[in-house]
Design a protein around this ligand. Structure first.
Ligand code: NAD
Length: 496
Protein backbone atom coordinates (compact mmCIF):
# COMPACT_ATOMS: atom_id res chain seq x y z
CA UNK A 1 0.00 0.00 0.00
CA UNK A 2 1.33 3.44 -0.83
CA UNK A 3 0.63 6.35 1.46
CA UNK A 4 0.22 9.82 -0.05
CA UNK A 5 2.75 12.36 1.15
CA UNK A 6 1.17 14.93 3.49
CA UNK A 7 0.27 18.19 1.72
CA UNK A 8 2.89 20.87 2.04
CA UNK A 9 1.91 23.58 4.55
CA UNK A 10 1.23 26.93 2.96
CA UNK A 11 2.20 29.33 5.70
CA UNK A 12 -0.49 31.86 6.63
CA UNK A 13 -0.22 35.42 7.86
CA UNK A 14 -1.64 36.40 11.25
CA UNK A 15 -3.34 39.77 10.97
CA UNK A 16 -5.70 41.44 13.44
CA UNK A 17 -6.15 38.27 15.47
CA UNK A 18 -6.90 36.02 12.48
CA UNK A 19 -4.97 33.47 10.45
CA UNK A 20 -5.32 34.39 6.80
CA UNK A 21 -4.39 32.74 3.54
CA UNK A 22 -2.08 35.03 1.69
CA UNK A 23 -3.08 36.34 -1.73
CA UNK A 24 0.60 36.25 -2.77
CA UNK A 25 1.36 35.20 -6.30
CA UNK A 26 4.97 34.35 -5.44
CA UNK A 27 5.80 31.60 -2.94
CA UNK A 28 9.13 30.30 -1.70
CA UNK A 29 9.83 26.68 -0.80
CA UNK A 30 10.99 26.13 2.77
CA UNK A 31 13.62 23.42 2.54
CA UNK A 32 14.96 21.28 5.36
CA UNK A 33 18.72 21.92 4.98
CA UNK A 34 19.65 18.45 6.26
CA UNK A 35 17.40 16.47 3.93
CA UNK A 36 16.56 18.84 1.05
CA UNK A 37 12.85 18.04 1.60
CA UNK A 38 10.33 20.79 0.97
CA UNK A 39 8.55 21.24 4.30
CA UNK A 40 6.40 24.33 3.66
CA UNK A 41 5.83 27.25 1.34
CA UNK A 42 6.18 30.89 2.37
CA UNK A 43 4.00 33.52 0.74
CA UNK A 44 5.90 36.55 -0.49
CA UNK A 45 3.11 38.88 0.64
CA UNK A 46 2.58 41.92 -1.52
CA UNK A 47 2.26 45.61 -0.62
CA UNK A 48 -1.53 45.46 -0.38
CA UNK A 49 -1.53 42.69 2.21
CA UNK A 50 1.17 44.29 4.30
CA UNK A 51 -0.57 47.67 4.11
CA UNK A 52 -3.74 46.10 5.44
CA UNK A 53 -1.80 44.61 8.35
CA UNK A 54 -0.30 48.02 9.12
CA UNK A 55 -3.70 49.75 9.02
CA UNK A 56 -5.22 47.15 11.36
CA UNK A 57 -2.27 47.39 13.75
CA UNK A 58 -2.75 51.16 13.72
CA UNK A 59 -6.44 50.75 14.52
CA UNK A 60 -5.58 48.51 17.50
CA UNK A 61 -3.06 50.99 18.88
CA UNK A 62 -5.21 53.62 20.71
CA UNK A 63 -6.92 51.05 22.94
CA UNK A 64 -3.72 49.07 23.58
CA UNK A 65 -1.83 52.23 24.45
CA UNK A 66 -4.51 53.10 27.05
CA UNK A 67 -4.29 49.61 28.62
CA UNK A 68 -2.34 49.95 31.90
CA UNK A 69 1.22 48.58 31.67
CA UNK A 70 0.39 46.16 34.47
CA UNK A 71 -2.39 44.70 32.29
CA UNK A 72 -0.23 44.77 29.17
CA UNK A 73 2.30 42.42 30.74
CA UNK A 74 -0.22 39.78 31.84
CA UNK A 75 -0.26 38.09 28.39
CA UNK A 76 3.56 37.96 28.56
CA UNK A 77 3.44 35.89 31.75
CA UNK A 78 1.13 33.47 29.91
CA UNK A 79 3.43 33.52 26.91
CA UNK A 80 6.40 32.55 29.04
CA UNK A 81 4.55 29.48 30.33
CA UNK A 82 3.43 28.48 26.82
CA UNK A 83 6.94 28.89 25.40
CA UNK A 84 8.31 26.71 28.22
CA UNK A 85 5.67 24.04 27.60
CA UNK A 86 6.43 23.98 23.87
CA UNK A 87 10.22 24.07 24.07
CA UNK A 88 10.62 20.66 22.42
CA UNK A 89 8.19 21.60 19.63
CA UNK A 90 10.23 24.71 18.94
CA UNK A 91 13.41 22.62 19.05
CA UNK A 92 12.11 20.29 16.35
CA UNK A 93 10.73 23.03 14.10
CA UNK A 94 13.86 25.18 14.31
CA UNK A 95 16.06 22.18 13.53
CA UNK A 96 13.89 21.20 10.58
CA UNK A 97 13.81 24.59 8.94
CA UNK A 98 17.18 26.02 10.00
CA UNK A 99 19.39 22.95 10.39
CA UNK A 100 20.98 23.64 13.79
CA UNK A 101 20.94 20.83 16.36
CA UNK A 102 17.94 20.17 18.60
CA UNK A 103 19.98 21.26 21.66
CA UNK A 104 21.06 24.49 19.94
CA UNK A 105 17.48 25.16 18.86
CA UNK A 106 16.17 24.76 22.40
CA UNK A 107 19.00 26.93 23.75
CA UNK A 108 17.97 29.73 21.40
CA UNK A 109 14.41 29.55 22.72
CA UNK A 110 15.76 29.90 26.28
CA UNK A 111 17.15 33.27 25.16
CA UNK A 112 13.77 34.17 23.67
CA UNK A 113 12.03 33.35 26.95
CA UNK A 114 14.55 35.44 28.88
CA UNK A 115 13.47 38.50 26.86
CA UNK A 116 9.82 37.83 27.68
CA UNK A 117 10.73 37.68 31.37
CA UNK A 118 12.64 40.96 31.26
CA UNK A 119 9.82 42.77 29.43
CA UNK A 120 7.48 41.80 32.29
CA UNK A 121 9.32 44.50 34.26
CA UNK A 122 7.96 47.27 31.99
CA UNK A 123 5.89 48.96 34.72
CA UNK A 124 9.21 49.78 36.41
CA UNK A 125 11.40 50.12 33.33
CA UNK A 126 9.11 52.44 31.42
CA UNK A 127 8.97 55.04 34.17
CA UNK A 128 10.23 58.51 33.42
CA UNK A 129 11.67 60.97 35.94
CA UNK A 130 10.70 64.25 37.53
CA UNK A 131 11.89 67.18 39.59
CA UNK A 132 9.91 69.54 41.78
CA UNK A 133 10.68 73.26 41.81
CA UNK A 134 12.68 73.59 38.61
CA UNK A 135 11.69 77.21 39.28
CA UNK A 136 9.75 78.29 42.37
CA UNK A 137 6.40 76.43 42.30
CA UNK A 138 7.10 74.83 38.92
CA UNK A 139 7.56 71.08 38.48
CA UNK A 140 8.89 69.17 35.51
CA UNK A 141 8.24 65.55 34.56
CA UNK A 142 9.39 63.28 31.78
CA UNK A 143 6.90 60.63 30.64
CA UNK A 144 7.62 57.83 28.18
CA UNK A 145 4.87 57.14 25.65
CA UNK A 146 4.70 54.38 23.03
CA UNK A 147 5.22 55.23 19.37
CA UNK A 148 2.36 53.47 17.55
CA UNK A 149 2.94 50.71 14.98
CA UNK A 150 6.46 49.28 14.95
CA UNK A 151 7.97 46.48 12.85
CA UNK A 152 10.64 43.79 13.29
CA UNK A 153 12.39 42.28 10.26
CA UNK A 154 14.49 39.26 11.16
CA UNK A 155 17.06 36.83 9.67
CA UNK A 156 17.16 33.05 9.19
CA UNK A 157 19.83 32.12 11.70
CA UNK A 158 17.84 32.48 14.95
CA UNK A 159 14.22 32.06 13.84
CA UNK A 160 12.98 31.93 17.44
CA UNK A 161 15.26 34.15 19.48
CA UNK A 162 15.70 37.23 17.32
CA UNK A 163 12.03 38.21 16.92
CA UNK A 164 11.89 38.04 20.71
CA UNK A 165 14.68 40.63 21.04
CA UNK A 166 11.91 43.02 19.98
CA UNK A 167 8.39 41.61 20.39
CA UNK A 168 7.99 41.58 24.20
CA UNK A 169 9.42 45.08 24.72
CA UNK A 170 7.55 46.63 21.79
CA UNK A 171 4.12 45.50 22.98
CA UNK A 172 4.74 45.87 26.71
CA UNK A 173 5.63 49.52 26.03
CA UNK A 174 2.19 49.92 24.43
CA UNK A 175 3.02 49.71 20.70
CA UNK A 176 1.38 47.39 18.21
CA UNK A 177 3.78 45.25 16.21
CA UNK A 178 4.30 43.62 12.85
CA UNK A 179 6.86 40.80 12.64
CA UNK A 180 8.33 39.92 9.22
CA UNK A 181 10.46 36.79 9.73
CA UNK A 182 12.97 35.43 7.25
CA UNK A 183 11.10 33.82 4.38
CA UNK A 184 13.45 30.82 4.63
CA UNK A 185 12.33 29.90 8.19
CA UNK A 186 8.68 30.91 8.66
CA UNK A 187 7.52 27.93 10.73
CA UNK A 188 9.05 28.97 14.06
CA UNK A 189 7.09 32.24 14.14
CA UNK A 190 4.01 30.35 12.98
CA UNK A 191 4.20 28.33 16.20
CA UNK A 192 5.08 31.40 18.30
CA UNK A 193 2.02 33.23 16.97
CA UNK A 194 -0.22 30.20 17.60
CA UNK A 195 0.87 30.53 21.22
CA UNK A 196 0.54 34.33 21.25
CA UNK A 197 -3.04 33.82 20.10
CA UNK A 198 -3.70 31.92 23.34
CA UNK A 199 -2.38 34.65 25.65
CA UNK A 200 -5.41 36.93 25.53
CA UNK A 201 -3.67 39.74 23.64
CA UNK A 202 -6.27 41.93 21.93
CA UNK A 203 -6.51 41.54 18.17
CA UNK A 204 -4.14 43.66 16.12
CA UNK A 205 -1.50 44.02 18.86
CA UNK A 206 0.81 41.43 17.29
CA UNK A 207 0.75 40.63 13.59
CA UNK A 208 2.77 38.29 11.41
CA UNK A 209 3.39 38.97 7.74
CA UNK A 210 5.50 36.60 5.69
CA UNK A 211 7.41 37.83 2.72
CA UNK A 212 10.60 39.24 1.27
CA UNK A 213 11.71 42.55 -0.20
CA UNK A 214 8.24 43.83 -1.18
CA UNK A 215 6.94 43.27 2.36
CA UNK A 216 10.00 45.00 3.86
CA UNK A 217 9.73 47.96 1.50
CA UNK A 218 6.06 48.42 2.39
CA UNK A 219 6.96 48.51 6.10
CA UNK A 220 9.77 50.99 5.37
CA UNK A 221 7.57 53.33 3.34
CA UNK A 222 4.23 53.28 5.15
CA UNK A 223 3.81 56.49 7.18
CA UNK A 224 2.01 54.70 10.04
CA UNK A 225 5.03 52.50 10.82
CA UNK A 226 7.01 54.57 13.30
CA UNK A 227 10.04 52.36 14.01
CA UNK A 228 11.95 49.53 12.37
CA UNK A 229 14.03 46.87 14.14
CA UNK A 230 16.13 44.93 11.65
CA UNK A 231 18.64 42.08 11.92
CA UNK A 232 20.38 40.60 8.89
CA UNK A 233 23.33 41.06 6.56
CA UNK A 234 25.21 44.36 6.38
CA UNK A 235 24.17 45.44 2.86
CA UNK A 236 20.47 44.99 3.73
CA UNK A 237 20.93 46.57 7.18
CA UNK A 238 22.43 49.66 5.50
CA UNK A 239 19.64 49.77 2.95
CA UNK A 240 16.91 49.42 5.60
CA UNK A 241 18.55 52.07 7.81
CA UNK A 242 18.83 54.56 4.93
CA UNK A 243 15.31 54.01 3.63
CA UNK A 244 13.76 54.15 7.12
CA UNK A 245 15.73 57.36 7.74
CA UNK A 246 14.54 58.95 4.48
CA UNK A 247 10.99 58.25 5.62
CA UNK A 248 11.55 59.82 9.04
CA UNK A 249 11.41 56.58 11.03
CA UNK A 250 13.67 55.58 13.84
CA UNK A 251 15.62 52.43 13.07
CA UNK A 252 17.95 49.98 14.77
CA UNK A 253 19.66 47.76 12.19
CA UNK A 254 22.02 44.95 13.16
CA UNK A 255 24.27 43.79 10.34
CA UNK A 256 26.83 41.10 9.56
CA UNK A 257 29.95 40.17 11.45
CA UNK A 258 33.50 38.84 11.36
CA UNK A 259 34.31 38.09 14.97
CA UNK A 260 37.83 37.79 16.32
CA UNK A 261 39.29 35.94 19.24
CA UNK A 262 42.83 36.66 20.40
CA UNK A 263 44.59 33.74 22.06
CA UNK A 264 47.53 34.68 24.29
CA UNK A 265 50.13 32.02 25.12
CA UNK A 266 49.19 32.19 28.82
CA UNK A 267 45.59 31.09 28.15
CA UNK A 268 44.26 27.84 29.58
CA UNK A 269 44.64 26.14 26.18
CA UNK A 270 42.33 23.22 26.89
CA UNK A 271 39.48 25.51 27.95
CA UNK A 272 40.18 27.97 25.12
CA UNK A 273 40.13 25.22 22.52
CA UNK A 274 36.85 23.75 23.66
CA UNK A 275 35.10 27.12 23.91
CA UNK A 276 36.46 28.50 20.63
CA UNK A 277 35.58 25.28 18.82
CA UNK A 278 31.99 25.61 20.01
CA UNK A 279 31.91 29.28 19.02
CA UNK A 280 33.36 28.74 15.53
CA UNK A 281 31.48 25.57 14.60
CA UNK A 282 28.32 25.67 16.76
CA UNK A 283 25.19 26.38 14.66
CA UNK A 284 27.48 25.53 11.69
CA UNK A 285 29.21 28.91 12.13
CA UNK A 286 25.95 30.72 11.41
CA UNK A 287 25.77 32.66 14.66
CA UNK A 288 26.26 36.40 14.37
CA UNK A 289 28.60 36.02 17.37
CA UNK A 290 30.50 33.04 15.96
CA UNK A 291 34.25 33.43 16.20
CA UNK A 292 35.58 33.31 12.66
CA UNK A 293 39.17 34.50 13.06
CA UNK A 294 41.51 33.35 15.83
CA UNK A 295 44.55 35.60 16.23
CA UNK A 296 47.27 33.66 18.00
CA UNK A 297 50.21 35.29 19.73
CA UNK A 298 53.64 33.77 20.36
CA UNK A 299 53.67 30.10 21.29
CA UNK A 300 49.84 29.96 20.98
CA UNK A 301 50.33 29.83 17.21
CA UNK A 302 51.45 26.22 17.54
CA UNK A 303 49.65 25.04 20.70
CA UNK A 304 46.27 26.47 19.80
CA UNK A 305 46.49 25.43 16.13
CA UNK A 306 47.21 21.80 16.98
CA UNK A 307 44.54 21.62 19.67
CA UNK A 308 41.75 23.26 17.62
CA UNK A 309 42.44 21.12 14.55
CA UNK A 310 42.19 18.01 16.69
CA UNK A 311 39.00 19.12 18.41
CA UNK A 312 37.25 20.33 15.21
CA UNK A 313 38.03 17.11 13.34
CA UNK A 314 36.17 15.13 16.01
CA UNK A 315 32.89 17.03 15.76
CA UNK A 316 30.02 14.82 14.63
CA UNK A 317 28.22 16.44 11.70
CA UNK A 318 24.75 15.40 10.59
CA UNK A 319 21.02 15.89 10.92
CA UNK A 320 20.48 18.01 14.03
CA UNK A 321 17.54 15.86 15.13
CA UNK A 322 19.76 12.79 15.48
CA UNK A 323 21.19 11.89 18.88
CA UNK A 324 24.87 12.77 19.29
CA UNK A 325 25.07 15.15 16.31
CA UNK A 326 27.08 18.25 17.26
CA UNK A 327 26.86 20.30 14.08
CA UNK A 328 24.14 20.57 11.43
CA UNK A 329 24.12 21.77 7.82
CA UNK A 330 24.22 25.35 6.53
CA UNK A 331 20.98 26.97 5.45
CA UNK A 332 20.90 26.56 1.64
CA UNK A 333 22.79 24.85 -1.16
CA UNK A 334 23.78 28.35 -2.36
CA UNK A 335 25.29 29.07 1.08
CA UNK A 336 27.23 25.81 0.93
CA UNK A 337 28.56 26.68 -2.55
CA UNK A 338 29.48 30.21 -1.40
CA UNK A 339 31.30 28.96 1.73
CA UNK A 340 33.22 26.34 -0.25
CA UNK A 341 34.24 28.89 -2.85
CA UNK A 342 35.45 31.30 -0.12
CA UNK A 343 37.63 28.51 1.30
CA UNK A 344 39.14 28.16 -2.20
CA UNK A 345 39.61 31.94 -2.41
CA UNK A 346 41.45 31.87 0.93
CA UNK A 347 43.77 29.19 -0.41
CA UNK A 348 44.52 31.35 -3.46
CA UNK A 349 45.36 34.25 -1.16
CA UNK A 350 48.01 32.14 0.58
CA UNK A 351 46.20 30.33 3.41
CA UNK A 352 46.80 26.61 4.07
CA UNK A 353 43.80 24.36 4.55
CA UNK A 354 44.58 22.62 7.82
CA UNK A 355 41.20 20.89 8.01
CA UNK A 356 39.08 20.68 4.87
CA UNK A 357 35.33 20.34 5.34
CA UNK A 358 34.33 20.78 1.70
CA UNK A 359 32.08 18.24 0.00
CA UNK A 360 31.55 15.82 2.88
CA UNK A 361 29.45 12.70 2.49
CA UNK A 362 26.94 12.39 5.31
CA UNK A 363 25.30 8.94 5.23
CA UNK A 364 21.58 9.06 4.36
CA UNK A 365 21.84 12.81 3.90
CA UNK A 366 23.59 13.08 0.54
CA UNK A 367 21.38 15.99 -0.53
CA UNK A 368 21.89 18.04 2.67
CA UNK A 369 23.84 21.31 2.69
CA UNK A 370 26.74 20.04 4.75
CA UNK A 371 30.16 21.63 5.12
CA UNK A 372 32.32 20.08 7.83
CA UNK A 373 34.49 22.17 10.18
CA UNK A 374 37.25 23.83 8.20
CA UNK A 375 40.40 25.53 9.47
CA UNK A 376 42.52 27.85 7.35
CA UNK A 377 45.99 28.43 8.74
CA UNK A 378 48.28 31.41 8.13
CA UNK A 379 45.55 33.56 6.63
CA UNK A 380 47.35 36.76 5.61
CA UNK A 381 46.07 39.62 7.79
CA UNK A 382 45.72 41.85 4.73
CA UNK A 383 43.89 39.29 2.57
CA UNK A 384 40.30 39.83 1.50
CA UNK A 385 39.20 36.64 3.23
CA UNK A 386 40.47 37.96 6.57
CA UNK A 387 37.73 40.62 6.41
CA UNK A 388 34.90 38.84 4.53
CA UNK A 389 31.95 37.39 6.43
CA UNK A 390 31.84 33.68 5.56
CA UNK A 391 28.89 32.69 7.81
CA UNK A 392 29.77 29.02 7.83
CA UNK A 393 31.90 26.56 9.84
CA UNK A 394 35.25 28.03 8.82
CA UNK A 395 37.86 29.26 11.28
CA UNK A 396 40.76 31.36 9.98
CA UNK A 397 44.01 31.46 11.93
CA UNK A 398 46.05 34.66 11.79
CA UNK A 399 49.31 35.10 13.67
CA UNK A 400 50.40 38.30 15.43
CA UNK A 401 53.62 39.08 17.30
CA UNK A 402 51.96 40.83 20.23
CA UNK A 403 48.72 42.30 21.54
CA UNK A 404 49.45 45.66 19.83
CA UNK A 405 49.58 43.97 16.44
CA UNK A 406 46.50 41.86 17.16
CA UNK A 407 44.48 44.91 18.23
CA UNK A 408 45.60 46.81 15.11
CA UNK A 409 44.33 43.90 13.01
CA UNK A 410 40.94 44.01 14.77
CA UNK A 411 40.85 47.77 14.19
CA UNK A 412 41.21 47.19 10.45
CA UNK A 413 38.06 45.04 10.31
CA UNK A 414 34.95 46.71 8.92
CA UNK A 415 32.84 44.78 11.45
CA UNK A 416 32.56 45.20 15.22
CA UNK A 417 30.01 42.72 16.53
CA UNK A 418 32.13 40.76 18.98
CA UNK A 419 35.75 40.34 20.04
CA UNK A 420 37.13 37.90 22.61
CA UNK A 421 40.38 37.34 24.42
CA UNK A 422 41.67 34.17 26.05
CA UNK A 423 44.30 34.83 28.70
CA UNK A 424 45.10 34.39 32.39
CA UNK A 425 46.46 37.94 32.63
CA UNK A 426 44.19 40.50 34.29
CA UNK A 427 46.06 43.43 32.84
CA UNK A 428 45.91 42.05 29.29
CA UNK A 429 42.19 41.46 29.83
CA UNK A 430 41.65 45.02 31.05
CA UNK A 431 43.55 46.49 28.14
CA UNK A 432 41.54 44.37 25.72
CA UNK A 433 38.25 45.38 27.29
CA UNK A 434 39.33 49.02 27.07
CA UNK A 435 40.64 49.01 23.49
CA UNK A 436 38.91 46.24 21.54
CA UNK A 437 36.86 47.87 18.74
CA UNK A 438 33.65 45.84 19.09
CA UNK A 439 30.36 46.17 20.92
CA UNK A 440 30.22 42.74 22.60
CA UNK A 441 33.40 41.71 24.38
CA UNK A 442 34.26 38.27 25.75
CA UNK A 443 37.06 37.57 28.22
CA UNK A 444 37.60 33.80 28.21
CA UNK A 445 34.13 33.58 26.61
CA UNK A 446 33.49 32.31 23.09
CA UNK A 447 30.00 33.66 22.37
CA UNK A 448 29.64 36.90 24.34
CA UNK A 449 25.86 37.08 23.88
CA UNK A 450 24.42 39.77 26.16
CA UNK A 451 21.70 38.64 28.53
CA UNK A 452 18.26 40.12 27.85
CA UNK A 453 18.79 42.88 30.44
CA UNK A 454 21.87 44.19 28.59
CA UNK A 455 21.91 45.73 25.11
CA UNK A 456 23.03 43.60 22.15
CA UNK A 457 25.77 46.00 21.34
CA UNK A 458 27.27 45.75 17.82
CA UNK A 459 29.58 48.43 16.40
CA UNK A 460 30.87 49.59 13.00
CA UNK A 461 29.26 47.78 10.01
CA UNK A 462 27.60 45.37 12.43
CA UNK A 463 25.13 47.99 13.63
CA UNK A 464 23.42 51.09 12.27
CA UNK A 465 21.55 53.17 14.79
CA UNK A 466 21.89 54.42 18.34
CA UNK A 467 19.68 52.30 20.58
CA UNK A 468 20.34 48.57 20.46
CA UNK A 469 17.99 45.64 20.98
CA UNK A 470 17.17 44.23 24.46
CA UNK A 471 17.37 45.75 27.94
CA UNK A 472 17.03 49.46 28.67
CA UNK A 473 17.88 50.38 25.08
CA UNK A 474 14.73 48.56 23.95
CA UNK A 475 12.60 50.76 26.21
CA UNK A 476 14.31 53.88 24.88
CA UNK A 477 13.80 52.69 21.33
CA UNK A 478 10.12 51.81 21.65
CA UNK A 479 9.07 54.95 23.53
CA UNK A 480 9.05 58.66 22.93
CA UNK A 481 9.88 61.12 25.70
CA UNK A 482 7.40 63.82 26.61
CA UNK A 483 8.37 66.57 29.02
CA UNK A 484 5.72 68.44 30.99
CA UNK A 485 6.42 71.67 32.88
CA UNK A 486 3.65 72.48 35.36
CA UNK A 487 2.60 75.44 37.48
CA UNK A 488 -0.51 75.59 39.67
CA UNK A 489 -1.44 78.86 41.32
CA UNK A 490 -1.37 78.72 45.13
CA UNK A 491 -4.68 80.63 45.42
CA UNK A 492 -6.51 77.70 43.83
CA UNK A 493 -5.52 75.19 46.52
CA UNK A 494 -6.56 77.60 49.30
CA UNK A 495 -10.21 77.21 48.21
CA UNK A 496 -10.27 73.63 49.53
P1 NAD B 1 19.41 38.88 5.07
O1 NAD B 1 19.98 40.24 5.13
O2 NAD B 1 19.45 38.14 3.78
O3 NAD B 1 17.85 38.91 5.48
C1 NAD B 1 17.42 39.53 6.67
C2 NAD B 1 15.99 40.04 6.46
O4 NAD B 1 16.00 41.02 5.41
C3 NAD B 1 15.01 38.95 6.03
O5 NAD B 1 13.80 39.13 6.73
C4 NAD B 1 14.83 39.20 4.53
O6 NAD B 1 13.54 38.86 4.08
C5 NAD B 1 15.07 40.69 4.40
N1 NAD B 1 15.66 41.04 3.09
C6 NAD B 1 16.55 40.31 2.38
N2 NAD B 1 16.88 40.96 1.25
C7 NAD B 1 16.20 42.12 1.25
C8 NAD B 1 16.15 43.24 0.35
N3 NAD B 1 16.85 43.26 -0.78
N4 NAD B 1 15.35 44.27 0.67
C9 NAD B 1 14.63 44.26 1.82
N5 NAD B 1 14.65 43.24 2.70
C10 NAD B 1 15.42 42.18 2.44
O7 NAD B 1 20.11 38.04 6.24
P2 NAD B 1 20.03 36.47 6.52
O8 NAD B 1 20.80 35.76 5.46
O9 NAD B 1 18.64 36.06 6.79
O10 NAD B 1 20.82 36.38 7.90
C11 NAD B 1 22.21 36.25 8.01
C12 NAD B 1 22.89 37.57 8.23
O11 NAD B 1 22.36 38.19 9.40
C13 NAD B 1 24.39 37.43 8.48
O12 NAD B 1 25.04 38.47 7.79
C14 NAD B 1 24.52 37.61 9.98
O13 NAD B 1 25.77 38.10 10.41
C15 NAD B 1 23.43 38.60 10.25
N6 NAD B 1 23.01 38.59 11.64
C16 NAD B 1 23.43 39.60 12.45
C17 NAD B 1 23.07 39.62 13.77
C18 NAD B 1 23.54 40.70 14.68
O14 NAD B 1 23.18 40.68 15.82
N7 NAD B 1 24.32 41.66 14.22
C19 NAD B 1 22.27 38.58 14.29
C20 NAD B 1 21.87 37.56 13.43
C21 NAD B 1 22.24 37.56 12.10
Amino acid sequence: MTVAAPPITKVQNYINGQWRDSSATDWLDVINPATAEIIARTPLSDAQEVTEAIELAAAAYPEWRRTPPEDRIQPLFKLKMLLEEHLDDFGRIITQENGKTFAEAKAEMRRAIENVEVACGIPMMMQGYNLEDVARGIDEIMIRQPLGVVAAITPFNFPGMIPFWFLPYAIACGNTLIVKPSERVPLTMKLAFELLERTGLPKGVVNLVNGGKAAVDTLLDHPKVRAISFVGSTPIAKYVYARAGENGKRAQCQGGAKNHVIVLPDADMQMATQIISDSAFGCAGQRCLAVSVAVTIGEAQRTFRDAIADSAAKLRVGNGLEEGVQMGPVITSQSKARIESLIGAGEKEGAQVLLDGRGPKIPKHESGNFVKPTILDNVPANSELAHTEIFGPVLSLVHANDLDEALAFLESSPFGNQASLFTSSGSAARRFRYEAPAGNIGINIGVAAPMAYFPFSGWKDSFFGIMHGQGRDAIEFYTEKKVVVERWAKEHSRKF
